[in-house]
Design a protein around this ligand. Structure first.
Ligand code: HEC
Ligand code: HEC
Length: 355
């Protein structure tokens, strides 16, 4: 007994720090870039392919009181709803939209660092502003990425809003930022910076959490709500129509935008409507079978291609609304017609290179 306890004590005494013990990992700075890319891709897809698309079709507008007015959520509300879902999962990583000139005080900076970070990205929008800060016995990596007024509509709405502290925004201005907050090692750890290695499993969980939250907001608060109210429908050929893109297309659309960082994600299934979404290899087949039975843990793999190491994870994709079930069961190309609410319908495959 004694020697066993002693061995445990020795183990803790000489336990290498998490940074050193990782054979492969993702530097915190790159992990934040991944998360930002996914958040930004969802934000752009929603703004351009949903809100602006329907405005051009003279169909539905977006407005602040979307619930009462039966309209679309504003892009900022889409992001904040998605971040609330993701932040409440307790996975450690958090993100949100913020600004020095907020319409909603909830979006004001919450620390001096956040305020200084926002001032810095306004001056220098070419790169994110990052820092490391201790909190509750742990180090955190924080990064603020600029949020730019990409169209005239951003500017007009904010400048004319009764709560806006700033009324002279111009197109191209930095209107605020997206902050990403990542927990690193313990506070006693030395030399903690943006190169601190995070475990690939953890980074994949972060990426997946954003994807899944965006997917839930889009399926529940856009597609399902508007379909149930008989206001709009989602369909495959939405481009030239007063229609919403499918949830699957929303995810694919965002995926295309994140590829330049070497981050890849897509939807696959054992029962695909589109044969291209069937598992492409043994790992994907095994992963889909596994998450169907064990939906709370992703199925993962490290693989080497030449000198590079890649990490892949498959997460279950769940039928979160009736809309998912009804459309798939009723689709002529669907090989499965008896999906039920909360079933695993397929998987989200996340992959990236590790160092
Ligand atoms: C139709 C009006 C409208 C449009 C268009 C609009 N916004 Fe907003 N925006 C709002 C409202 C309202 C909020 C506050 C939402 C909330 O309650 O969190 C907001 C929030 C924000 C925030 C968080 C800080 C704050 O003001 O509370 C940023 C940053 C932001 N918007 C940037 C943009 C950008 C960039 C665009 C264009 C891509 C844009 N907005 C388009 C109305 C609009
Ligand atoms: C209005 C119809 C419709 C709705 C609603 C819908 N889907 Fe799909 N889904 C499709 C179509 C069509 C495809 C094939 C898209 C493509 O061409 O890749 C697809 C693709 C998928 C795939 C990839 C495998 C396949 O079947 O090709 C998964 C997994 C999936 N959907 C799950 C869901 C979930 C979960 C929801 C609800 C959040 C949902 N779908 C909502 C029609 C729909």
């Amino acid at each position: 007994m004694k020697s066993f306890a002693f061995r445990i004590a020795l183990f803790f005494l000489f336990m290498p720090s998490p940074a050193q013990s990782l054979e492969h990992g993702v530097p915190a700075g790159l992990a934040a870039d991944f998360i930002h890319a996914v958040v930004e891709a969802g934000r752009t897809t929603y703004s351009e392919q949903v809100v602006e698309h329907l405005a051009k079709q003279n169909s539905l507008t977006a407005s602040e009181n979307w619930e009462q007015e039966k309209t679309l959520l504003l892009p900022a509300q889409f992001l904040s709803m998605s971040s609330k879902i993701s932040n409440s999962r307790g996975i450690g990583m958090k993100y949100r939209l913020l600004s020095l000139w907020p319409l909603n005080n909830h979006n004001a900076p919450r620390s001096l660092n956040e305020k200084l970070g926002l001032e810095e990205v306004v001056r220098n929008p070419g790169k994110p502003f990052t820092w490391v800060v201790p909190r509750d016995g742990r180090w955190y990596f924080e990064a603020i990425y600029p949020d730019i007024a990409v169209t005239e509509t951003c500017v007009t709405c904010h400048n004319n809003h009764p709560n806006s502290p700033k009324t002279d925004f111009k197109v191209g201005d930095v209107m605020g930022g997206i902050i990403i907050d990542l927990p690193l090692g313990r506070r006693t750890e030395k030399n903690v910076d943006e190169k601190f290695l995070l475990a690939p499993e953890v980074v994949a969980d972060y990426v997946h959490s954003v994807l899944e939250s965006d997917r839930t907001v889009y399926a529940q608060h856009v597609v399902n709500r508007l379909e149930e109210q008989g206001i709009l429908h989602s369909k495959e050929k939405w481009e030239n129509d007063k229609a919403l893109m499918l949830p699957a297309q929303f995810l694919l659309n965002s995926a295309v935008k994140s590829k330049r960082l070497g981050l890849d994600y897509r939807l696959i299934s054992l029962y695909p409507i589109n044969p291209q979404n069937r598992p492409a290899n043994e790992f994907e087949q095994d992963g889909l079978e596994s998450v169907e039975v064990h939906p709370i843990r992703p199925y993962i793999k490290h693989s080497k291609v030449g000198r590079k190491t890649y990490f892949q994870a498959i997460y279950p994709d769940i039928a979160v609304t009736r809309g998912c079930v009804n459309c798939h069961n009723g689709h002529p190309n669907s090989p499965k017609k008896d999906f039920a609410l909360d079933d695993v319908m397929g998987g989200i495959l996340v992959s990236f290179q590790v160092q």
